[in-house]
Design a protein around this ligand. Sequence first.
Ligand SMILES: [Zn+2]
Length: 900
Amino acid sequence: MTANSRCSAAEPPGLETQRREIESLLRECELRAGDSWYVMERRWFEQWKEFVENGDQNSSSFPGQIDNSELFEDLDSYHLKERLVENEDFVLVPAEAWHKLLAWYGIVDGQPPLERKVVDLPSTLKVEVYPVEIFLCLHSNMENVITAQFSRADTIQSIQRAMCQGFSVPPGSECRLWMKSSDSSCERLRNVHMSVLDACLSSGMTVIMETRNADGTWPSSRPQIMRNSVEDQDSYRGQPGVCGLTNLGNTCFMNSALQCLSNTPPLTEYFLRSSYLEELNFTNPLGMKGEIAEAYADVIKQMWSGRHYSVVPRVFKTKVGHFASQFLGYQQHDSQELLSFLLDGLHEDLNRVKNKEYIELRDAEGRPDQEVAEEAWRNHRRRNDSVIVDTFHGLFKSTLVCPECHKVSVTFDPFCYLSVPLPVSKERVMEVFFVSLDPYAKPVQHRVVVPKAGKVSDLCSALSEMTNVPPSQMVVADVFNHRFYKIYNADESLSCILDRDDIFVYELSVQKEEQEEHVLLALYLRERSHYRDYGSGSSSYGTSLFGHPLLLSVPRSSCSHEELYNLFLQRLARYVRPPDPSEELEEEEEEEDEDEEELYKTQTNGISDEENEEDKQEEACSPSPPANEQPAKRRACRKRRKTLFTIQAVNSNGTTERGVSRQEPYVAIDWDPEMKKRFYNENEAEKYMKHSSMEVPQQQTTVQLQECIELFTTVETLEEENPWYCPVCKKHQLATKKLDLWSLPEVLIIHLKRFSYTKFTREKLDSIVEFPLRDLDFSGCLLRKNRSREEPPSRYDLIAVSNHYGGLRDGHYTSYARNKDNGQWYYFDDSKVTYASEDQIVTNAAYVLFYHRQDKLRKPTLPSPITSPASSTEPASDITSCNDDDAELGATSYLTMETD
Ligand SMILES: [Zn+2]
């Protein structure tokens, strides 16, 4: 062997061959992104060219070993000099040419080959002579910095790999990278598949790496976790998954949905194994750039670390709000809406399909169901492939029939939850107070049954049957804070009235038809306070409403002050004692004098002097008072000083301001506190009676879950707002629609449509839906028959329930869920978690049900904490507050403490 063979693997070919081979490689080679090119000193290359063109093997122009010395700043670091120019200082040769030259000539000892990548820059392909030089350090030790070079085409993942290697991070650690700009702001490098160029990393920047803590948190987010310090110290070791979620202000809807999902074994296991990291889809325009999936993963990892009593899902909440404006802020929301958003967001963030192809949906056109269903499912999977689809998606068949041409349209649609209706009663039970004309009769509370889609007149008719008062002599009003919140017309819909409204029905002295000669007066009671009402800016004395307002018909002809005073006194006779004449004269005048003095002190501008008020009153009640009434009014005014109260025209709010309506005259009778104390019997005024209809206990309606599922598959006619375009008739038709279940997912979410919004009603249905904890069997209602043994069975066991308590406008969400590891049921109420027994789970609050198919269910790996004997070696001191006795009594007790 010759000495040559040490530095070159092959004997160089003849000079002409060398020239031809290299020249053709340089000519033919195009820049292709990702290819390697090599930087060579131009002088060496020029000399080689001269050598192969003119020289011979022994020529003085022999270039010798490849030598790039001139390109380096120094020969220790082999850093390239700055601002080298191509074709002046260096040339670029493709990899193949380089390797040939290297083989023929070798390279000066110790010099690194200057391999450079072709990068795809926005407008051009370029060999990257100068890579990006980045400083790398760990979050836990920012002092220890290493310098490394990366191509702009390298991925963030390669930086991560280099860091794991450089800092000897244990394999399997979960890492996150942050880039620190020169202004020392930090930004998360979320997408590890992104290139250095796209991430805008440039030379001189620092990349910081952190690894996930054992408790599921990230070192960098520690300040946001806000855990209590005691917990940090003893690093609580509870049952993984048994962990509260702190309420961030009306976020119980979110917490409830999260607990249900957290206790869905296939989904949680997917996140706990970190499978999501490989499937994060950063490019899906329908997704959230992976942010929802990551934020969700963070919450799940913390909840299942066993180290927290409760977790604060602040980052998750912010992300959810960021992507769905309807969840912004802290208003109360629907856990079902959030669940739907979340399942969709997680699906798109984790969609394994990176480029969704367009697939035209075909109508069945009479083809067999099996064929159409399989095609629909295949098409769905071609565009949607994620852990969410694997776990939650099923298929239903939808059949539309045109009422005119009888065209039948069959489609199969995927679903990720079933929204099943509850049987809606067509009737409604209302509780109202009836106020008789008889001044000595107490108001009577009645329970009446009315048509749900009925009108106010239906309520009057129902009440008429109990009271024998004709409906035409009734006025229905909503009383709120001692005033009329609303006075209803007979033809208004009952849906305007909510169950919690205080409805009073007043008997009138005349039929409504005769009201031309009458005025319907709304009468408020007010108490004066002897100070100026700065709040309203009004200069009158301050007043506050009290007692029950009244509605009464007054003949237009008897609207004088005196007549009204006497009428009111009569009407209030049950609880207002009329003064006997002697009492009235003597003491009254004395008091009045004092009062007057006080009053005038506070009314320096005189705008609201009492005569003025009385004028308004007169106007309000009799639009055209005869001129000759004036003297009478004066007399009344003087006489009034000896009355129990004064009469004021007011607006519907009961305040004496401008804008007093002439349409519906509202008047207030104003009492001095002293007079009220003496003559108004508060105790009596508040009394009422209960009609026998109130005695009948209200029956709690109970329905079976199967009934709801049957309702889901019942033929319905489309509503006018949502018609179907018939391709045969070429117009929109109110087709009939029938849904059928075709195939069911591993985890079936059933949403009970308790919130019913129809044209006529908005209500929450609080019937008890009886749902089984085990063996929910769908074999009877699945359209697809089990044709082969491979078909999954259709029996399900309950694993979680989201509960809603309260009415339409407010409410609280909690959840019941079964821990996958120990099989125990727990009750999650924000940050509180308690043991639950199976008999507590079915209530009228159940709102969203989670069922797991039996073939996928796994036996708990741990004994139940309640039923297992105390032989466990685990100290479990944190949950001993719930001992066996408690459990047997069915009592719930706290396992965990609120930490916020
Ligand atoms: Zn048609």
